[in-house]
Design a protein around this ligand. Structure first.
Ligand code: GAL
Length: 423
């Protein structure tokens, strides 16, 4: 008899266990960890407001560490994750930043069941899901697609200076010389990560998409002639910037401000700059600000995606799962993306209500469908976090030596050491 009771009790416990995070009612605290603070915050705040209206019993802690591209956030996150103090959920880029950093280290929960129950295999592009997948498991949910390497400008300023948008690198160098004679910085750069952002954009322009991809799969050596040529071009482009002036102290927003004020003509940045110019500065796309492909990159879309997952040991998996469901829904993506400058990762969200999106976002959404896609380095798609961090040193070596071959060998060494570039 006692044995039977024990068996029934064990069975019931099993049943309770089977009531997964997906079924239970969310309550308690939910720490959402990201680098979207200050004027990067409105899109996340809109999403959180929606969450709070659906789950009023959850106390949301919108925890942020300021710094573009997560430069400061990533260091703090690492300490917390390794110290056994994970947040409930955190911002992480699709691709190697997720899989090659946190998933290989067994720090993330597999979300495949959530993908099945939410119908996400049909809702998200296959190629994107692949970037969230490792050995058959899926480890995060994408809230957006950002485009990196876009060239931003102010149409009225270009008119005033009698400048056309350059479409090839050679045209860019000519434009650069013309702008310098007018006392205008041709291209503004900012703190360290924006230099990697510019490097990957120049690399795409010089190499083209196939060879750019080949760098990350190991088919094109970092010390090849083609890659040395990338560094040569990078040097010429840098000569058109404020690198020897105030670059180090500028955030990406301040670099954007320099374009808006007419101190500089162009900025190469991701389309969070569109979010900043429209949501924060109130400029209208097309008339207030303009955009173009970086010279030599037409028809190629350098993508990245912000995603959130469920870390192993997260304090409140029930509230986190509800958060992930919301950010993966049409409603969630359409609350977030119109303010962020990004487009929804879901394939059906823009069509659900195109009127939410401005002219820039609609053009990005159209190009995302037809362009050749390549992944961003500095925003986590093609290399793990160790390598991206070390690439700062490669840029530094180049800036100090101005030697393309020295930079190429340094890159090769870090690829080997960090297990990147197909090594
Ligand atoms: C990227 C991120 C964007 C934006 C940008 C600037 O890495 O994916 O959403 O936040 O950094 O901080």
């Amino acid at each position: 008899m006692k044995l039977r009771i024990a068996l029934v009790a064990i069975l019931m416990l099993g049943l309770v266990g089977a009531l997964t995070a997906q079924d239970a009612k969310p309550s308690g605290g939910l720490e959402i960890y990201s680098w979207w603070s200050g004027d990067e915050g409105p899109a996340l705040e809109a999403l959180i407001a929606l969450y709070s209206s659906e789950y009023p019993d959850v106390r949301v802690d919108n925890a942020t560490v300021t710094g573009g591209a997560g430069v400061n956030f990533k260091a703090v996150l690492k300490t917390r994750m390794l110290g056994g103090d994970p947040p409930d959920t955190f911002q992480v880029h699709a691709g190697q930043e997720l899989t090659g950093t946190w998933v290989v280290a067994n720090r993330m929960e597999d979300l495949t069941d959530l993908y099945k129950s939410e119908g996400w295999f049909e809702a998200f592009p296959k190629g994107l899901i692949e970037q969230l997948t490792y050995k058959g498991g899926i480890y995060s949910v994408a809230v957006n697609i950002h485009r990196a390497g876009v060239m931003w400008y102010i149409p009225d300023n270009l008119k005033k200076w009698d400048i056309q948008v350059p479409t090839t690198l050679d045209e860019f160098y000519t434009t650069c010389a013309a702008l310098k004679t007018k006392g205008v910085t041709p291209l503004v750069v900012g703190e360290a990560w924006t230099l990697i952002h510019l490097w990957e954009t120049v690399a795409l322009s010089v190499l083209g998409p196939d060879k750019y991809d080949a760098v990350w799969t190991g088919e094109l050596s970092p010390t090849s002639d083609e890659m040395v040529a990338v560094w040569d071009a990078y040097g010429k482009v840098l000569d058109c910037t404020n690198i020897n002036e105030d670059a180090v102290g500028l955030t990406w927003q301040q670099a954007t401000d320099a374009v808006v004020s007419g101190k500089a003509a162009f900025n190469v940045m991701g389309d969070w700059a569109a979010g900043y110019m429209s949501t924060t500065l109130g400029l209208e796309p097309k008339t207030g600000f303009g955009w173009a492909d970086f010279p030599g990159t037409k028809g190629v879309f350098m993508w990245l995606s912000d995603t959130f997952g469920l870390p192993v040991g997260a304090p409140n998996p029930v509230a986190t799962t509800a958060w992930l469901k919301l950010l993966g829904s049409v409603e969630g993506q359409n609350a977030f993306n119109p303010k962020k400058g990004s487009i929804p990762a879901r394939i059906d969200a823009v069509d659900a209500d195109p009127s939410l999106y401005n002219a820039y976002s609609l053009s990005a959404a159209a190009e995302w469908k037809v362009d050749r896609l390549v992944g961003s380095l500095v925003h986590g798609v093609v290399a793990n976090e160790r390598f991206t961090g070390d690439f700062n040193d490669v840029i530094q070596i180049y800036l100090e030596s101005r030697s393309s071959t020295a930079a190429a060998s340094a890159m090769q060494a870090f690829c080997a050491q960090d297990g990147a570039c197909g090594m």
